[in-house]
Design a protein around this ligand. Structure first.
Ligand SMILES: Cc1cc2nc3c(=O)[nH]c(=O)nc-3n(C[C@H](O)[C@H](O)[C@H](O)COP(=O)(O)O)c2cc1C
Length: 171
């Protein structure tokens, strides 16, 4: 699929078929995340691939929203420690940005593979860490269910017009 097609096709899916995504597809999307750029190439991101049904249920409970998320066949959880990235000259910590870049690579690759995802930012971090036995110094920054959509959505349209967000030469 052409890159711009992938960008337009990516939508947030909240209802999934029970079919488990194939390993080769999952491996390719993890590879796309692995190749993402990070602060000073520190590559602090780790990905927990959750397929065991009991653990999937545990993640869904820790997310604590949307009944249909419980039916996703699997989840990918992105974690990074603060020391796994840098701090810029303005004091901004880059670990959330590194996570965003890597995880969006994963999300777009999943779209290219015909899989459905949904960025999840609303969850109980303590519970997720407990269920997945994530080390203390790591922060849980991104979660997505992964599966096949029950019904494909249309292209992204609900966005601000380009004139509102793009500035030439000066703000
Ligand atoms: C960082 C981030 C966190 C999000 N968290 C949630 C969430 O917790 N639950 C949810 O249902 N959707 C969540 N979303 C999905 C957004 O609501 C969705 O991307 C937005 O409404 C645009 O719709 P689209 O993804 O279909 O284009 C999140 C998206 C992002 C980027």
């Amino acid at each position: 699929m052409d890159f711009y097609e992938v960008v337009k096709k990516r939508r947030s899916y909240r209802v999934f078929k029970p079919d488990m995504p194939e390993d080769d597809k999952v491996n390719r999307i993890l590879e796309a995340a692995r190749l993402a750029p990070t602060w000073a190439n520190m590559q602090g991101m780790h990905y927990i691939v959750v397929k065991d049904p009991e653990t999937v249920k545990g993640v869904w409970k820790a997310v604590g929203q949307r009944k249909k998320f419980a039916e996703a066949p699997m989840y990918v959880v992105g974690v990074i420690s603060e020391s796994g990235s840098g701090t810029n000259t303005n004091g901004i910590k880059y670990f959330p940005l590194d996570c965003g870049i890597c995880f969006e690579h994963l999300i777009l690759a999943a779209t290219a593979e015909g899989l459905a995802t949904c960025w999840i930012g609303w969850f109980n971090e303590t519970k997720v860490k407990k269920v997945l036995e994530i080390p203390e110094d790591f922060r849980v920054m991104a979660i997505t269910p992964l599966g096949y959509p029950v019904k494909e959505k249309g292209e992204v349209i609900e966005r601000k017009p380009i004139e509102e967000i793009v500035h030439y030469d000066k703000f």
